[in-house]
Design a binder for this molecule. Structure first.
Ligand code: FES
Length: 217
């Protein structure tokens, strides 16, 4: 796959004008067909760019992140409009958005802490507490449920030796249930970080988890 810098014309919050390679945007596993570990090629369109090396102790919006925030801000007419991608950057750095992180975002954007908290707590895509390196969200809504999603949840919990919402001892995995992920034609659908895994069955769970551990993110 080409490593020529790729100007993604999409959402500026995570991608636009950052001189990222196509691999960085689409993920190293994107090969235009279903990868052997179960990821579905159609997930390419649902994978925003995410740094693989998280820096949980770094201050928000310094250095490279300050530059990225400035680029984001230049794309929106108001600070309020730039809040969602700004929160996305905060989560990219720390893996979750604590009340303290929300306050830092509020200060950086000149918004009230209450406004930022209202927005951040509305969206489930922002993790309000620490999660494992791989956040496994199993859809248990109607289509996936009829296809055996509960068994997929149980398989992930058994493999990771956790309960729902708990993080595994090695810090690798947190398993939660999700509402419809809009991939009802491919049950059971599982979202792991930003990537979709479709048609997942309990027997595939160990293979998927081993693959994730091997990524060393
Ligand atoms: S019900 Fe699972 S993706 Fe819609």
């Amino acid at each position: 796959m080409s490593n020529v810098p790729f100007k993604n014309p999409g959402w500026a919050g995570n991608t636009g004008e950052f001189d990222l390679t196509e691999n960085q945007i689409r993920g190293d596993d994107f090969v235009g067909e279903r990868p052997a570990h179960g990821g579905h090629a159609s997930g390419a369109g649902t994978m925003p760019y995410m740094l693989s090396e998280k820096q949980p102790d770094a201050p928000l919006f310094e250095g490279e992140y300050r530059e990225r925030l400035d680029k984001v801000l230049s794309r929106y007419p108001t600070k309020q409009a730039a809040l969602l991608p700004a929160l996305g950057l905060a989560q990219e750095i720390r893996g979750h958005i604590s009340p303290e992180s929300m306050d830092e975002v509020a200060e950086a954007l000149g918004l009230s802490p209450a406004y930022v908290r209202g927005v951040a707590t509305f969206y489930t895509m922002y993790n309000k507490r620490p999660v494992g390196r791989h956040l496994i969200q199993v859809c248990t809504n109607i289509s996936c449920n009829l296809a055996g999603a509960d068994d997929v949840v149980d398989a992930f919990l058994k493999y990771t030796d956790t309960g729902l919402g708990e993080t595994s001892e090695d810090g690798n995995f947190t398993v939660i249930e999700a509402e419809c992920l809009a991939a009802c034609g491919f049950p059971t659908c599982v979202q792991i970080n930003s990537r979709y895994y479709e048609n997942v069955t309990p027997t595939e769970v160990p293979k998927i988890c081993e693959h994730l551990k091997g990524q060393g993110e």
